[in-house]
Design a protein around this ligand. Structure first.
Ligand code: UD1
Ligand code: UDP
Length: 363
């Protein structure tokens, strides 16, 4: 019996694949769990495998920090070797990272089918490396697991070859499965300096690699009418350090910088904050989960998650300091009630995906 390969490489992929790994196990479907090595720090990779109580990866690669192209190429070479060795029935990839595109390409070169979890998202912004990765992956996948009808429509409009299934997003499964554990185990609130706070994350290359935008964000956080708690992604920390801004920012009274947090701590911060400011994809979705339901300012020019905006959870505010600060004031004073339901599903996306795989692949 050939296994299903579940490939991950970055923090959000581990979180969003966790419910699928569990569903495969519940259904006694043989699987191979692979970490392609795109993220490598303990607090960006292994920490999540431990916290989410996933099995240790059967194979874990290690990559050196390098350019986007070299990173993609290195993953293709390693994954091709591994795919030949393990000969899976299908490879599941999730999202839009370089590791996702590289793994999907390696699989099709070996004649192995690809299942793309979170297929069909489009920002229509070709400056983003993720937009290329997700488009290309969708066009070489056999099974396209679209989280929403809007994502399905994007895929239909592009006439993708594979079969499309609307399943919801496994991020909601992950939040539902882990929030009760997080509320029991996390001690993060003991370390937060403020009673009421805004939670902020930023890591998109087009934002934090642009010094003007990076400065806008930090100025906006410093001037916000409520203190800002900011767990820093390593890309952002690196850019702040390179520009000699890190120490200065750490001394601002209105900003509390934290290291990249574990998932349980981050869930608790989302639960307790008044508002989220982010350029993260996953965080835009999580904020809509029934047990979080927080307003989000998307500090970007576009989003591939329009459902959250249409449902009233998020607002795309751009990257200028003035717009961000004005919108913070606006949202904090308006306090609109948010929908009870998430546009990203009910927390059963992983079961739906595994049921589809069972009907397609002879296990
Ligand atoms: C990547 C994905 C992005 C995703 C994000 C999740 C691409 C093009 N981007 O962005 O879509 O939202 O992961 O967090 O695939 N670094 C460390 N330690 C780590 C990982 C990264 O120090 O464990 C630093 C390194 O300096 C590295 C930089 O962050 O060069 C960027 O890492 P990379 O994986 O290339 O991109 P992310 O910004 O993490
Ligand atoms: N997250 C976390 N700790 C943090 C910041 C984020 O566990 O300090 C989680 C968050 O809950 C979400 C995911 O990481 O599930 C989002 O990852 P990221 O923003 O790096 O990537 P994106 O979703 O934009 O691809």
């Amino acid at each position: 019996m050939k296994p299903v390969m579940v490939a991950v490489g970055t923090r959000p992929e581990i979180i969003k694949m966790a419910p699928i790994i569990r569903a495969l196990k519940r259904n006694r479907i043989p699987s191979v769990f692979v970490h392609c090595g795109q993220h490598y720090d303990y607090n960006m990779s292994q920490q999540f495998i431990e916290e989410l109580e996933l099995p240790a990866p059967d194979y874990a690669h290690q990559l050196k920090t390098c350019s986007q192209g070299a990173q993609t190429a290195q993953i293709i070479i390693r994954m091709e070797r591994l795919l030949k060795k393990t000969d899976p029935a299908t490879v599941l990839v999730e999202g839009d990272t370089n590791g996702v595109l590289a793994t999907a390409l390696a699989a099709v070169k070996c004649g192995i089918r690809v299942g793309h979890v979170e297929a069909g998202l489009r920002s229509f912004d070709l400056h983003m490396p993720e937009e290329h990765n997700r488009r290309l992956t969708d066009h070489i996948s056999t099974y396209l697991f679209a989280p929403t009808r809007a994502a399905e429509n994007n895929l239909k409009q592009e006439n993708v070859w594979g079969d499309i299934y609307v399943t919801g997003n496994t991020v909601i499964d992950a939040v539902m499965q882990h929030m009760p554990i997080a509320q029991k185990k996390s001690r993060i609130m003991e370390t937060v300096n403020f009673k009421k706070f805004i939670l902020a994350t930023a890591h998109r290359a087009e934002n934090v690699d642009d010094l003007a935008v990076l400065k806008n964000f930090m100025q906006a956080f410093a001037e916000a009418p409520m203190p800002v708690v900011c767990p820093l992604h390593p890309r952002t920390r690196k850019r702040l350090r390179q520009n000699s801004l890190y120490r200065k920012i750490s001394q601002f009274k209105n900003i509390q910088i934290l290291p990249p947090l574990g998932y349980l701590d981050f869930l608790v911060l989302m639960k307790h904050c008044e508002l989220i400011i982010t350029d993260s994809g996953g965080v835009q979705e999580e904020a809509t989960a029934p047990n979080i339901r927080k307003p989000v300012l998307v500090a970007r020019l576009s989003t591939e998650r329009p459902e959250a905006a249409e449902a009233g959870f998020s607002h795309v505010v751009g990257t200028s300091k003035e717009k961000i600060v004005n919108m913070i004031r606006n949202v904090l004073t308006r306090q609109r009630s948010l929908p009870q339901k998430s546009p990203y599903g009910e927390g059963n996306a992983a079961d739906k995906i595994v049921e589809i795989l069972k009907s397609k692949i002879p296990f």
